[in-house]
Design a protein around this ligand. Sequence first.
Ligand code: AMP
Ligand code: MG
Length: 356
Amino acid sequence: MKRDLKTIVFKVNPENPDEEKINVAAEVIRRGGIVAFPTETVYGLGVDALNKEAVKRMYEVKGRPPDNPTIVHIAEFNDVYRLAVDVPEVAEELMKRFWPGPLTIVLKASNIVPRVTTGGLETVGIRMPKHNVALALIKASKTPIAAPSANIAGKPSPTTAQHVIQDFYGSIDVILDAGPTKIGVESTVLDLTTKPPQILRPGGVTYEELKEVLGDVIIHKAAKAKENIPIDEVKSPGMKYRHYAPKAELIVVEGETNKIIEEIKKLINEYSKMGRKVGVMATDETVKNYEMGIVKSVGSRSDLSTIARNLFRTLREFDDEGVELILAEGVPEEGLGLAIMNRLRKASGYKVIHVS
Ligand code: AMP
Ligand code: MG
């Protein structure tokens, strides 16, 4: 990708974004440009969702396959009814409960949504982000904003503006820097066009929370998969592509915590002997057990939100330090643990060891 644009990087206050800077960015969106902006989950690579050419250009810059749909971000509840048709009652309940917030709902698309935005599908994923910069940008742009995560396709998602600068400086128009994102993993994608509703991607809103509202909700098997699932069973096109991957090889070790530690210690030994630069992604509770390799704690097992927040940044840090092999501890698949394990397994290309 050419990097010959003069990218403007604006520092913005995450709570009270500077109106002038937002207006400059909104003008860029209105004339079909690309603006990276923070949300509560990760940074997004935003364009006018209704402008075909702008969406196409964004796909090219990101290197995203054209059949992988992009989430459309809105700032007013009413926009749902412009973008979607046959909106079920349950969607309204979910919007009231979880918006603004990390829940994307998949609905039947109206005909104002270009099919380049939906990856050719007749459905559209919509969400209202919980971030004042994102909301101000969408409002000032006066159009819904299509935004995938602001990373080059396949790489770990960006949770700081520095990550966006690494991937896109010189190839997009504006980067709004409001500091690190709070949640750190992407939104939950929930398909409401099926009965019962299906979680296509676990994320910031948990299965447990959705179950409370919906009663009946299922998790698509690819979202829990420990290995690649056959392409013909893929429901959300995003499921079939390698995702979130650091440059280093990544192996995830899952199971009971003590067994994980034992296994990782054994692996560090074996791989270090082979001359490989090994990194360990441990947790606050386990980090002291490792004496070899580059060891980092990603967060606390007693508060999985800390692990979610640090996950992608930590993967990128291992790369920056030239680590060749990362051994990552698994966590239980409860609450945010489901999203964390989904990202880790995919990032590893399903190199998963289960110890029991
Ligand atoms: P990203 O934009 O990188 O956060 O990825 C967006 C995710 O949402 C991908 O996994 C998409 O496949 C999924 N997604 C977006 N829109 C739809 C849709 N209409 N149907 C199914 N999945 C969707
Ligand atoms: Mg992404």
